[in-house]
Write a protein that binds this ligand. Structure first.
Ligand SMILES: [Zn+2]
Length: 240
C-alpha cells in the first residue's frame, strides 16, 4: 500500500485530498506547518482539524505533528507558504517511514499554480541535504477548482472546513468561544464568496470537553441566545 504525506490545514483543498485518499485506502501521514503570524487562525485551524479527523475517525492516519516557523516578514518572497511548508515537511519525514509521495492540495485558480516549477525545484534542492531519496512531490488537485471539490465532499465534512484568516470572535468566556468567518476581509473568504461556496455558519468551541459545534441556523441561534442556553442540539455536535 502506498503512503502519502499531506500537509493538512483543515481548509477545503487539504480536507478534500485527505478525504479521497482515505476513500482509496492509502496509508496517510499528516503534517501541519504553522507560520506563526496569526495565532487566532492557528488555534481555530487546530480545532477544525481535530473535528474533521473525528468525523473521519474510522480512518487511521499518522499525525506527524506541528512545525512552527516564525517569519514576521516575507521580505522579497512573492509566495511565502510553499517555501515554509517544504522545509517543514522534509524536516518531519523520518527514515523509519518514508512516504511514497508528498501531495500539495493546490487547485485550479490558486496563484501558486504559476510557481509549480519553482516549488518542484525547491523541493528537489533539499535532496542534496538528505541521505535518503526524497519522495516525489505531487499536485493531484490542479485540474479542477475549489467549487468542484466543495460539492464532492459530504455535508458533514464540508461544514467543518475552515480557511478564514481574519475570524470574528463573537464571544469568548472561560468555558467556550463562539466565532465565525470574516466573510469579506481575507482572501479565502473573498474567494469562497466569489465562487458561491461561502458557508454562513458560526462555531461554538467548548473549552472544557473540547467539542466543536456548528451553528448553521440563525433562528436556532437567536433562540439559544434569548434563553441564555448553552448549545445543546447534539445533531451538529462533533466530539474530537
Ligand atoms: Zn475570512
Amino acid at each position: 500500500m502506498s503512503t502519502t504525506l499531506i500537509p493538512f490545514s483543515g481548509g477545503l483543498d487539504s480536507t478534500y485530498l485527505l478525504y479521497i485518499r482515505l476513500q482509496q485506502g492509502l496509508d496517510i501521514q499528516l503534517s501541519y506547518v504553522e507560520l506563526v503570524n496569526n495565532v487566532t487562525k492557528s488555534e481555530i485551524e487546530q480545532r477544525h482539524r481535530d473535528a474533521l479527523l473525528g468525523k473521519m475517525r474510522e480512518a487511521t492516519v499518522t499525525e506527524l505533528g506541528i512545525v512552527k516557523v516564525e517569519l514576521p516578514y516575507s521580505g522579497l518572497l512573492n509566495l511565502v507558504q510553499p517555501t515554509v511548508w517544504l522545509l517543514g515537511l522534509v524536516s518531519q519525514i523520518t527514515t523509519s517511514h518514508i512516504p511514497d509521495f508528498v501531495e500539495l492540495g493546490y487547485t485550479s485558480g490558486d496563484c501558486a499554480l504559476g510557481y509549480l516549477d519553482e516549488i518542484k525545484t525547491l523541493w528537489n534542492s533539499y535532496q542534496g541535504f538528505c541521505n535518503t531519496p526524497l519522495p516525489e512531490l505531487r499536485f493531484p488537485l490542479i485540474k479542477e477548482g475549489k467549487e468542484d471539490y466543495f460539492y464532492k465532499l459530504p455535508e458533514s465534512i464540508r461544514e467543518l472546513i475552515w480557511s478564514c484568516e481574519a475570524p470574528s470572535i463573537l464571544e469568548n468566556t472561560e468555558d467556550y468561544v463562539i466565532y465565525k468567518e470574516c466573510g469579506c476581509e481575507c482572501t479565502p473568504c473573498k474567494r469562497s464568496k466569489y465562487l458561491g461556496i461561502f458557508q454562513e455558519r458560526r462555531f461554538e468551541y467548548n473549552k472544557l470537553n473540547k467539542s466543536l459545534t456548528v451553528i448553521k441556523d440563525e433562528k436556532e441561534w437567536q433562540k439559544v441566545k434569548e434563553n441564555n442556553l448553552t448549545l445543546s442540539w447534539n445533531k451538529y455536535e462533533v466530539k474530537s
